[in-house]
Design a protein around this ligand. Structure first.
Ligand SMILES: Cc1ncc(C[n+]2csc(CCOP(=O)(O)OP(=O)(O)O)c2C)c(N)n1
Ligand SMILES: [Mg+2]
Length: 337
């Protein structure tokens, strides 16, 4: 979903419903992928975004299709929020030729530059530098596109964070650094990995604005992202957003859920679910009725079911094309140099 171009502080009714729909779309897609993983249909790892939907949706709702995002190993939600169709995400995880990376990438190599998804990645940290590089290119080109780097708390003690944020700061690059602080990097608690768990505060070291926001409140994310995007487009430089959130499924499918964290903690955060929260708010404020929201839920469920069926029916890439996109091709012949 990329509808917003003007920067209004608060979303209107249509935008609120779009935020709701997009979060439900991510949740249903992730649940479908988790089931597919359990059924052995997904080769490779599958890190779901369940619990963190408000971050990708709140930020991407402020972007235009030509703006770019650089995602992580937990990137399905970013891809969907930036506009990759669910069938292309699911087909990619199933290794099918109809996936957004033609079935050659899988979960951690989703690419769809046509909608500004410049890649998910299995390497923690360097996408912060790629986001900075894209911002630098936009500045050199003199256009008003913005670049967003999503990353976890696990990336902020990586050298790439310091280099990327500092460079963007001194050159006033149109970059938004979005830290999704979900309290853990795999099974390591953030408080065991740093003496300063306040990520937003680190922005002061670089002389740029840093904003901490409730990452389970999509409206709050939408609002702070709007100001960060405005600043970036106006040439005022980067912003660091720390979205405080939680993943309610294991680090990756098939891994343990508790042990390094307690069941109580997981349940506490499940009680702060971003989708249930927006839903309750819409009903309470009379912005939407139960039937209207149910219609959205059902339409999304149908879309995801269709996307899964599309993926299952899709072919695997042809074996004869195994070396395509790897070697430089001249006159139709793959060559290694
Ligand atoms: C450079 C690098 N170091 C280590 C890893 C192994 N690894 C994969 S995911 C992950 C945790 C990342 O945590 P965080 O950035 O907080 O993201 P989250 O999984 O919580 O979304 C680690 C350490 C890696 N992929 N890349
Ligand atoms: Mg984390």
């Amino acid at each position: 979903m990329q509808t917003e171009t003007a920067v209004a502080a608060e979303p209107n009714t249509a935008q609120l419903l779009a935020l709701y729909r997009e979060m439900v779309l991510i949740r249903r897609t992730e649940e479908q992928l988790a089931r597919a993983y359990q059924q052995g249909q997904i080769p490779g790892a599958c890190h779901t975004y369940v619990g963190q939907e408000a971050v990708a949706v709140g930020v991407c709702a402020r972007l235009r299709p030509a703006d770019v995002i650089f995602s992580t190993h937990r990137g399905h939600g970013h891809a969907l929020a930036k506009g990759v169709p669910p069938r292309e995400v699911i087909a990619e995880l199933l290794g099918r030729a109809t996936g957004c990376s033609r079935g050659r990438g899988g979960s951690m190599h989703l690419f769809a530059p046509e909608v500004g998804l410049m890649g998910t990645t299995g390497i923690v940290g360097p996408n912060i530098l790629q986001a900075t590089g894209a911002g630098y290119s936009f500045k050199l080109l003199g256009d008003d596109r913005v670049s967003v780097g999503f990353f976890g708390d696990g990336a902020v003690n990586n050298g790439a964070f310091h280099e990327g944020v500092n460079l963007a700061a001194i050159w006033d690059l149109p970059v938004i650094f979005v830290c999704e602080n979900n309290l853990y990097a795999t099974e390591v608690a953030f408080e065991d990995a740093t003496r300063n768990t306040d990520v937003a505060e680190r922005a002061r070291s670089y002389g740029i604005p840093g904003v901490a926001v409730d990452g389970n409140d999509v409206v709050a994310v939408y609002e702070v992202a709007g100001e960060a995007v405005r600043r970036a487009r106006a040439g005022e430089g980067p912003t660091l957003l720390e979205c405080r959130t939680y993943r309610t499924r294991p680090h990756a499918e098939g891994m343990r859920d508790v042990g390094y964290r307690t069941q109580d903690e997981v349940e506490d955060w499940q009680g702060r679910d971003p989708i249930a929260r927006l839903r309750a708010g819409l009903l309470e404020r009379g912005i939407a009725g139960e039937t209207e929201l149910q219609d959205v839920d059902e339409a999304v469920a149908e879309l995801v079911t269709e996307a899964m069926a599309f993926a299952i029916e899709s072919p695997f890439p042809d074996l004869d094309t195994a070396t395509r996109h790897i070697f430089r091709e001249e006159r139709g012949i793959a060559c290694a140099s």
